[in-house]
Each structure stands twice: as structure tokens, then as C-alpha cells.
Design a protein around this ligand. Structure first.
Ligand code: AMP
Length: 266
């Protein structure tokens, strides 16, 4: 596919604060449908109906489109969110994130990493050695943007996820996001759990482990969630890293393996 794509990005607000954001990369024929679907999402958000919706549409020339493969996905069943967090910690330590950095990320996400004690709009950048937060704006953080699947990869992914009962937008979009984030060599790993009160799942992702889901990383009803991108701090080109995450256009045309669920044993 050598045609240009449109980057369509939606951002919505309610009661003067961020409500939701989502985006697609689509061909001209699918632009109208994609834009309408994003508006509907903002109106049907579980935390309430959007009061402001901003839609941005930008043409992306073929020369600016990079292609990639999604991370492999697997699930560990856990008894409760406490066991989920212990398991997530174990995996992050295994891939080389220091104990201090894991503790820092989990504590920040659990207490609401934005200065007002709520969820941030984007992710924390955390030094994988020291645990220090590196992002300039602690309310916004860093947002990964301009990534999506080709239509063929999306159909394949939906079929494979469907076999595991996982074909929902949460999983699909988080897998695409994590796959872009882990395309950056300076990012060692990612940790995420949702700020959606109805969605308790979360994941750890790294190039080595792939995308590892835990059905429970927080209690039901909890509105605090967040993301941490663990980066190797020494000599880090932070501006270059952020520019890639926010602006580089990455279209995934190949999916990874979709594994089944197994019990976590600790
Ligand atoms: P969600 O999985 O959409 O509930 O998002 C969970 C948390 O991830 C949010 O509270 C934000 O802190 C962060 N987040 C959401 N979208 C992005 C993004 N595009 N890039 C980086 N972080 C994000």
C-alpha cells in the first residue's frame, strides 16, 4: 500500500478535565467512518459524556510511514490485583528495571501521577535505574501517537484475539501503543493499568517478554491508572525519544503470536 494516510486524533474533555483520547491512521475512503467512530467514543465514555471534543486530521505522505510488527501477547491469570502487581514487578525486574524504578512507577500510578492526584493524560518517563521521573510536564506526560494497524493486520489480530475472548478496543489499542513504545531502543519496558474504573487489566511490555497481560492490576471502581515508560537514562536523547513517540508514523502490518492464558505462580 503506497497511498497517503490520514492521521485522525480525538481528544475529549468533561468538567474541564481530560476525558479520553484515541486515534487512527486510515486511507481517504475510511476517514469519515473513523472520525465518526472517534466522536461516538467520546460521547459514550464510561466516565460520562464528553462536553468538548477536538478532532485533528493530518495527511501523512507515504514516505513518512514506517512499518512494523506487533509484540507477541500472552496472559497470566492472577487471583487479585495484589498478586497481579507482584507478578508485574517480577517481570520488570527480570528485564533489568531496577527495584527503585519499579516501586517509583507503581507508587506514582497508584496514587495518581498527575500533580492533582489524578491520572495523567500521557505516560511518565522513568529512569530505569534511579526511578526518577524525567518528563517535563507531570500532568500531561508523554503521549504515544500516530500508530495503527493495516486493515489486514487488524482483521488477523481480531480473529486471533477473538479466540482468546480478548477482541476489545482496550487490548487492541494498548497492544499497538506498547508495540510503538517498544520500537524505541532506549525504552526498556512499559507498565500500564487503565484509568477506566470498569477495566481492571493491565500489562508489562518489553522486547524480550512481549506484551504480558494481567486481568487484574487494580481494584474495580478505581479511577487512578497510568503508564510508565522505563528508559535507559545515561546519554538519553530525551527530545528525540519524545519526538519519535509523539510524531513518527508507525503502521503495523504484521501481528505477533497471541498466546493463551496461564496461571501466574508466585
Ligand atoms: P487507558 O489505558 O486509556 O485507560 O490509559 C491509562 C493511562 O495511560 C492514562 O491514564 C494515561 O496516563 C496513559 N495514556 C493514555 N493514552 C496514552 C498515550 N497515547 N500515550 C501515553 N500514555 C497514555
Amino acid at each position: 500500500m503506497d497511498e497517503s494516510l490520514y492521521s485522525v486524533r480525538m481528544h475529549s474533555r468533561r468538567e474541564n478535565r481530560h476525558l479520553s483520547g484515541a486515534e487512527r491512521l486510515v486511507g481517504p475512503a475510511d476517514l469519515e467512518t473513523a472520525a465518526a467512530a472517534l466522536v461516538l467514543r467520546a460521547l459514550e465514555h464510561p466516565r460520562g459524556r464528553a462536553e468538548e471534543i477536538r478532532l485533528a486530521v493530518d495527511l501523512v505522505p507515504p514516505s513518512a510511514i514506517r512499518r512494523g510488527r506487533l509484540l507477541d501477547l500472552r496472559t497470566y491469570r492472577v487471583r487479585n490485583y495484589q498478586q497481579g502487581r507482584r507478578a508485574a514487578r517480577r517481570l520488570l525486574l527480570d528485564v533489568g528495571v531496577a527495584e527503585a524504578a519499579v516501586t517509583s512507577a507503581m507508587d506514582w500510578i497508584a496514587q495518581g501521577a498527575a500533580p492533582d492526584g489524578r491520572a495523567m493524560r500521557g505516560a511518565m518517563l522513568i529512569d530505569a535505574e534511579s526511578g526518577a521521573r524525567l518528563e517535563d510536564d507531570p500532568a500531561r506526560g508523554v503521549r504515544a501517537s500516530r500508530m495503527d494497524l493495516t486493515a489486514t493486520a487488524e482483521a488477523e489480530l481480531r480473529a486471533r484475539l477473538g479466540e482468546q475472548g480478548l477482541d476489545n478496543p482496550h487490548v487492541r489499542e494498548a497492544l499497538v501503543l506498547a508495540s510503538k513504545v517498544l520500537a524505541v531502543p532506549e525504552v526498556l519496558a512499559e507498565l500500564c493499568w487503565s484509568d477506566d474504573p470498569d477495566y481492571t487489566a493491565g500489562y508489562v511490555a518489553s522486547r524480550e517478554l512481549g506484551y504480558v497481560r494481567f486481568p487484574q492490576l487494580k481494584p474495580l471502581g478505581e479511577e487512578r491508572g497510568g503508564r510508565a515508560f522505563f528508559v535507559c537514562g545515561a546519554g538519553l536523547d530525551q527530545a528525540g525519544l519524545i519526538a519519535f513517540l509523539e510524531y513518527a508514523v508507525l503502521l503495523f502490518d504484521r501481528i505477533g503470536t497471541i498466546g493463551g492464558a496461564e496461571d501466574w505462580r508466585d
